[in-house]
Every structure is written in structure tokens, then in C-alpha cells.
Design a protein around this ligand. Structure first.
Ligand SMILES: [Zn+2]
Ligand SMILES: [Zn+2]
Length: 245
């Protein structure tokens, strides 16, 4: 299995990086984790075969994680001429937010009849389910309103486990999400500055012995963190990076 970082940035284009998006390909599975506003640009830059993507797992409805959906859908409809089915999975409210983001981006587009079967699947926290050959367990992230629609993910397929924090301040939910994962992609927004609703590296490292991932990849870094990249002991993501699992 192979994960390619399509976008390793934050909401503000720090370091000129694209919005969060990760592309995972196995023998059978093919999916995205998050689809921020700039993701279609990144996917095309990496020459990803868009119609082969079977599912998109969304952590939350902020534009840097979800804003790429309208571009992906319109491309699928009009340029890539998709016929394969596509599943978008995310927190409660996905159906409503899908329509909202399409209407805001391209008015009228939510009423266009798709050429391809599209399923919108609202997942429940801590409930393991199967989507497009992936066993997915969402965990409640802490990124705003308590219990609000924010997920971290544990994704299991073909004998491999990938965990992803999305955006969240530290919560013990991340232990379950990432425990002994083959790859743990974690937000490290700041080095040690505590900011509400986001994760800093110091807080993460303090808890890492409870998680023991096989490999840790830091992402969603602010300029302050990016300035430190050369001096960090931990692996950092960059746009285009490939991780073999
Ligand atoms: Zn974000
Ligand atoms: Zn966010």
C-alpha cells in the first residue's frame, strides 16, 4: 500500500503548501483522506487517475479539508467523464454540507444529475464500518463545538492501518484512533504553543508512548513549525511525498 501526500498545508497556505489531502492506493482500495480547496490542483499535479478513486473520507467541513469537493465533483462530471461510483464519507451533516458547499461554489450545481453513482455516507463516532473496501472507524476530534462534526480516522485495509488526526487539540480519542498504526499522520500546528482546537508537537510527543505508531508523519504545520522542519527529530510531510506501507 502506498500513501501520497497531495497537500500537507494548513488553511492559510503556510509554506506555499496545498490544503490537506492524502491519496492511498492498495491492491484493491483507492481513496482520499480529506479534500481541501486546492486538492484537485494537487491531484492533477501528481497525475492521479481521478476516476480510480473510490472513496473520499472527510474529517470535517472546514474549507481546507472539504472545500475541494465541488471541484472534484464538477471535474468528474464534465472533464474526467466519470462513470465509476464514488462514496464520500464524513461526519453527521455531510448530506447538508455537501449541498451547501456545491451551491456556494457553483450555484445550481447541487441539482445537476450526476453521470456516476454518488453515495454520501454519514459515519458515527467509534462505529467501525466498511466503505469501499476500507474498514473505517471515526473518532471524535476536539476542534470546536463539543461533539461537533469533527473526526479523526482509523482506516484499515489490506492488512495495513493508517490513522489521521484531522484538526484537533489533544484528546484521548487519538489513542484509540492511532494505537500501533502502521502510519499515523498527525497535525502538528505549532511546536509547543497551545492553541485551542489544534495540536502542537509537544502535546503529541507527551502522549506518543500511549500510541506507539510504527511511523509518525507530521502535517498541517504553521509557518512557525515549518521554520523548524530541518531541526525536528520526527518525519514531516511535504506535498508529493510518498510513503510505502
Ligand atoms: Zn485544517
Ligand atoms: Zn479545521
Amino acid at each position: 500500500m502506498r500513501l501520497q501526500v497531495i497537500g500537507s498545508g494548513d488553511a492559510f497556505g503556510s509554506g506555499g503548501r496545498l490544503h490537506p489531502c492524502f491519496h492511498v492506493v492498495g491492491e484493491q482500495v483507492n481513496f482520499l483522506i480529506d479534500c481541501g480547496a486546492s486538492s484537485l490542483i494537487g491531484l492533477k499535479h501528481q497525475h492521479v487517475a481521478l476516476n480510480d478513486i473510490q472513496a473520499i473520507f472527510i474529517t470535517h467541513f472546514h474549507a481546507d479539508h472539504f472545500g475541494g469537493i465541488p471541484f472534484f465533483i464538477l471535474d468528474a462530471q464534465f472533464l474526467s467523464k466519470r462513470s465509476q461510483s464514488l462514496t464520500i464519507a464524513g461526519p453527521t451533516g455531510l448530506v447538508h454540507w455537501y449541498e451547501r458547499v456545491l451551491e456556494t461554489s457553483f450555484p445550481g450545481s447541487s441539482r445537476t444529475k450526476q453521470r456516476f453513482p454518488l453515495s454520501l455516507v454519514e459515519l458515527k463516532p467509534s462505529e467501525r464500518t466498511s466503505v469501499a473496501g476500507v474498514h473505517v472507524t471515526p473518532f471524535q476530534a476536539h476542534h470546536g463545538t463539543p461533539g461537533g462534526p469533527f473526526f479523526a480516522y482509523r482506516l484499515e485495509a489490506e492488512g495495513r492501518t493508517i490513522a489521521y488526526t484531522g484538526d484537533t487539540e489533544w484528546t484521548d480519542e487519538l489513542i484509540g484512533a492511532a494505537s500501533h498504526a502502521d502510519l499515523f499522520v498527525a497535525e502538528a500546528y505549532f511546536f509547543d504553543k497551545k492553541v485551542r482546537f489544534h495540536l502542537d508537537l509537544a502535546s503529541l510527543l507527551e502522549k506518543l508512548p500511549l500510541i506507539q505508531p510504527k511511523r509518525l508523519l507530521l502535517t498541517h504545520m504553521s509557518e512557525e513549525m515549518l521554520d523548524r522542519v530541518g531541526t525536528l527529530e520526527h518525519e514531516t510531510a511535504c506535498d508529493g511525498k510518498v510513503v510505502e506501507l
